[in-house]
Design a protein around this ligand. Structure first.
Ligand SMILES: [Zn+2]
Ligand SMILES: [Zn+2]
Length: 131
């Protein structure tokens, strides 16, 4: 599926292809901190299809629990996260952050990971009061 997206301020825009069947939620504590939220929704990019249309992303290299170096990219102007991937292979195995995608509504997650660190209240918010 072809997708496109942009950061909150519009400086970064991109297009890519993703497989809607592989969209996932990650509950790991890194995703909680880096997203500033309870969990992160991720769409793995088909290899080689990510194309930056405008702007220049900033990269933060984080060491995962496994010892692997992971590149976290984001807009240097507004801080919106764009994708993460292995630090040594820039164009493969990228995980797009679904919140910046124009097609986010068509990409419901199909699986979830790191349930041990999931916030218990994040499992079901359907009963919360809303306006
Ligand atoms: Zn931005
Ligand atoms: Zn995670």
């Amino acid at each position: 599926m072809k997708v496109n997206g942009e950061c909150h301020c519009g400086y970064i825009s991109y297009r890519a292809e993703v497989d809607p069947q592989r969209v996932l939620i990650c509950h790991c504590t890194d995703c909680q901190t880096l997203s500033g939220s309870a969990y992160r929704t991720i769409a793995p990019v088909e290899d080689g299809t990510f194309e930056l249309i405008s702007g220049e992303m900033k990269t933060y290299i984080k060491t995962a629990d496994s010892g692997a170096l992971r590149s976290q990219t984001f807009c240097p102007e507004c801080g919106s996260p764009i994708y993460a991937g292995p630090a040594d292979a820039n164009s493969t195995m990228l995980g797009l952050r679904v919140g910046t995608l124009a097609q986010r509504d068509q990409l419901p997650p199909k699986s979830q990971y790191y349930g041990d660190s999931a916030r218990s209240w994040a499992q079901d918010i359907s009963a919360l009061k809303s306006d």
